[in-house]
Design a protein around this ligand. Structure first.
Ligand code: APR
Ligand code: ZN
Length: 385
């Protein structure tokens, strides 16, 4: 729980009400720690939305369902989808469920789809649900659309990643940029989300795929996900020039996966005429980016995206199937595992740019983490220099 931005998160006992009509109670197995959680913890997002239980990338097993829930039953393995689209508002009807108005209205306040919370402190204070999910917890109540069933073959410690970084990263490539075979791609920022953009570009047949990060260890991970070239942002004074030279004058598609003005500007600068830049990174409120507007004349474009800009609930099972057949390598993106109480350390690693994803093994056995059945999983087994 985050009681106040700037304070360390705490692990506490709280009250969780049973699922109401159209809701699902999930026993959480594993939860990934994303840079967006860090934005809340730092107070860069969600002004006034505390105390809050964070965590929006996770997986678990259904424990109970409220009335009118038919798509899952107790015992089903599910991935959380943090935009449980209402399927009735004008955005949902127009085929943009990621922009669901009900989610935007209530979810933005840290509430479930009916505008209320199921979470309370022991003194009765209402707790907010982080991104409709609040899965840094042993149990979570979410809207029915927030629990997406997946095939049993995929271990839940890997499945957890599907609900944010994978849908977001691969969606940016497939749904937004619509990258085609042989097109050139640059990915700026190769953390948990950026590595999925690299994987998506590889799946789309992009070539070359240039990965840019200021932490050398990330570049090795990017190569493992399919980057053909890597550029150390900390070592190169003329980054845009280097990327343009590697790609015969600039890329068809650039992806910004950091959330900073200078990297948005870099994504623009590495484009060839006619190229498009997609900003995946989440920039703190109030921050502006500036572009040399004359270059709009060369048919360049800049696009935003939210949660992959497709239909996440439909895509999560497909992506799970892809991971089961080896098309997606989720295991190597998980550079650290820890228990729930390791969340602060995971946030500190994100602050330092160390490792890619930390997955909190809320229940290591249920998560299917290697070695978990023999006792407590050994985090050092998967630490990354
Ligand atoms: N140039 C290049 N790379 C950078 C720079 C920079 N100036 N600054 C940071 N990076 C790299 C970091 O080294 C790290 O590898 O960007 C990466 C960011 O990754 P994570 O911290 O793991 O964040 P992630 O969870 O991937 O989220 C990335 O997407 O969803 C949003 O809110 C999220 O804005 C965040 C972004
Ligand atoms: Zn996230």
């Amino acid at each position: 729980m985050l009681r106040h931005p700037g304070q360390a998160m705490t692990v506490e006992d709280v009250e969780l009400d049973p699922p109401m009509r159209g809701e699902v109670l999930v026993r959480v197995a594993a939860a990934g720690v994303c840079h967006s959680d860090l934005r809340y913890a730092n107070g860069e997002l969600g002004q006034g939305y505390w105390p809050i239980v964070l965590g929006h990338e996770g997986a678990g097993i259904v424990e109970a369902v409220g009335a009118d829930v038919a798509h899952v039953a107790p015992g089903d393995r599910v991935v959380f989808c943090f935009v449980p689209a209402c399927r009735a508002c004008r955005y949902c009807v127009a085929g943009k469920p990621n922009l669901c108005e009900v989610v935007a209205e209530h979810g933005a306040q840290g509430m479930l789809m009916d505008g209320t919370s199921r979470l309370r402190l022991l003194d009765g204070t209402t707790l907010k649900h982080g991104l409709r999910t609040a899965c840094f917890a042993e149990r979570a109540v979410v809207a029915a659309g927030g629990a997406v069933p997946i095939p049993p073959e995929l271990p839940l410690w890997q499945a957890a990643l599907l609900g944010c970084s994978v849908v977001t990263g691969i969606g940016a490539v497939r749904n937004v940029a619509q990258v085609r075979r042989g097109q050139s791609v640059a990915v700026i920022g190769c953390g948990g989300v950026g590595l999925q953009v690299v994987a998506g570009a590889r799946l789309a047949g992009a070539d070359p795929i240039v990965a840019v990060d200021r932490v050398p260890g990330k570049l090795g991970l990017a190569r493992a996900q399919g980057a053909t070239h890597v550029v150390d942002a900390a070592a190169e004074p003329d980054l845009a020039g280097v990327v343009r030279r590697l790609t015969d004058g600039g890329v068809d598609h650039a992806f910004e996966v950091v959330g900073r003005p200078e990297t948005i500007e870099l994504a623009w600068d590495v484009l060839r005429p006619g190229g498009s830049a997609v900003v995946v990174g989440l920039v703190p409120e109030g921050v502006k980016a500036t572009l040399p507007a004359i270059e709009l004349l060369s048919d360049k474009s800049l696009r935003g995206t939210y949660y992959g800009s497709g239909d996440p609930a439909a895509e999560i099972p497909e992506l799970a199937a892809l991971a089961v057949t080896g098309g997606l390598d989720l295991a190597t993106v998980v550079t650290h595992v820890d228990g729930l109480e390791g969340v602060e350390e995971a946030l500190d690693r994100l602050r330092r740019g160390e490792g890619a994803r930390t997955v909190l093994l809320v229940d290591a056995d249920l998560a299917g983490y290697p070695g978990a059945g023999t006792g407590v999983a050994d985090p050092s087994a998967r630490s990354f220099p």
